[in-house]
Design a protein around this ligand. Structure first.
Ligand code: HAM
Length: 425
């Protein structure tokens, strides 16, 4: 065929949906449990929103955005993440007048022009959570707990947090200076990428995967030694909450994350069998972001979980998810007269909320019953000329193979008497 799904994108097929539904309904259930309400923002936004919000020197803005001009010459970008758009909505709808913090979650697709590889796609999906309008470290702990419980209840094992504090506009610049000074002293030993990063986005040198840079990173100054009193106290309180809850975490001095808006807390969730490159969840605090995009100074904290990574882990760990219930009834018909009865019968069954499949085309009875079997139907309702003449249907129990004739008028009562409670009629 001439067409394929674009590189880095994929179809979510019917057989995938039990996983997607399981994960999405768990996201909705736990959001409600923690008091988070749903918000949906547009899939494209002004390009500038992301340039300002995510940050000019980031990989996302420099290399990964799907940006375009529409026919009215507006500069737009397919959202590479949720946070900037949700903050835009917070400001646009004056949500600062609501009781704070405003707690929101979203589910949907994001777009990044990345090099596709395992767990990395160009269209992917997130469960995204934001809590806006409070500086309380208890809120950092709350969103982290929601992320943890979400993954745990999906069946993840071996969860742990990586946490760090990236400071604030008061203390971070001093750290960046010290880091640059140290790196320039080792300029000949570092990779070309790091040389470039030093100019544009120096904190990202800590994230470098190049083997030659690892000893340099190990000896680099740590931000923990530069935090101002407020940032240090915030981080200490958060760790106290994590300790009290018995959460497994590592203070990771190298954790800087790829978006510019973070202040104070940053974190990732790692799970067993998923390496550092494959964090299932990342987030943190962004106390300067709303101001950066033109709103009143407003703090916030949140995270996003990558749903593809979650689902592929569930699959590889063999986690069982609920399957949709099979159809109750499969209506089979032989001959034109029977067919003319079968079509309204299937229609009527559905009006009564009996999950029903109808056989289409001209197949023999054997072929139709094979389809009923494949679909997992509980009963086949068989109509042939004899049945039509006698005003009955033959009902076959697909499991036992037992058949009986039931008057057409009595079909509903017959099915009702055998209804499984799970059907919820
Ligand atoms: P992020 O770390 O860029 O953070 O993405 C969060 C999660 O989305 C990652 O941990 C990963 O599971 C998934 N993800 C990211 N890129 C891809 C990709 N190309 N393919 C598949 N999965 C991917 C953010 O997006 C922040 N907005 C999170 C946040 C919310 N911070 C505060 N509030």
């Amino acid at each position: 065929m001439a067409y394929k799904a674009p590189r880095g994108t994929f179809d979510i097929l019917p057989e995938d949906w039990p996983y997607w539904n399981f994960v999405i309904s768990k996201a909705r259930e736990l959001s409600a449990l923690y008091g988070y309400e749903e918000i949906e923002t547009p899939i494209f936004e002004s390009t500038n929103l992301f340039v300002r919000g995510v940050g000019e020197g980031t990989d996302i803005v420099e290399k990964e955005m799907y940006s375009f001009q529409d026919k009215g010459k507006a500069d737009l970008t397919l959202r590479p993440e949720f946070t900037a758009g949700v903050m835009r909505a917070y400001v646009e709808h004056g949500m600062h007048t609501r009781p704070q913090p405003v707690k929101l979650f979203s589910l949907g697709p994001l777009f990044r022009y990345e090099r596709p590889q395992a767990g990395r796609f160009r269209e992917f999906h997130q469960f995204n959570v934001e809590a806006i309008g409070s500086q309380d470290p208890a809120l950092d702990f709350e969103v982290m707990s929601l992320a943890w419980q979400f993954l745990e209840e999906l069946g993840f094992r071996g969860l742990s947090f990586q946490v760090n504090s990236t400071g604030c506009p008061e203390c971070r610049p001093k750290y960046v200076e010290a880091l640059k000074e140290y790196y320039y002293a080792h300029y000949d030993e570092i990779c070309e990428d790091d040389k470039r990063r030093l100019g544009r986005n120096p904190l990202r040198v800590l994230d470098c995967k190049n083997p030659q840079c690892q000893p340099i990173i190990a000896g680099a100054p740590k931000i923990a030694d530069f935090l101002c009193d407020e940032c240090a106290a915030h981080f200490a309180t958060l760790r106290r909450y994590l300790d009290a809850a018995g959460r497994r975490y590592t203070v990771n001095h190298r954790l800087v994350r790829g978006l510019d808006y973070y202040t104070k807390t940053v974190f990732e969730v790692w799970a067993e069998g998923i390496g550092a490159q494959n964090a299932v969840c990342g987030g943190g605090r962004y106390d300067g972001l709303i101001e950066e995009i033109g709103g009143p100074p407003t703090p916030g904290v949140g995270f996003a979980v990558g749903l593809e990574r979650v689902i592929s882990t569930l699959r590889s760990q063999g986690v069982k998810v609920p399957e949709p219930p099979p159809p109750e009834v499969f209506v089979a018909a032989l001959g034109k007269k029977a067919r003319d009865k079968a079509v309204p019968l299937a229609n009527e069954l559905r009006q009564h909320h009996v999950p029903t499949l109808l056989s289409f085309g001209k197949r023999g009875l054997k072929g139709q019953l094979r389809n009923a079997n494949r679909a997992g139907a509980r009963f086949a309702l068989i109509l042939g000329d004899d049945e039509v003449a006698a005003g009955v249907v033959t009902i076959r129990d697909m499991e036992s193979g037992k058949q009986e004739q039931v008057k057409q008028k009595e079909i509903f009562a017959w099915l009702e008497a055998r209804a499984q409670p799970a059907r919820g009629r």
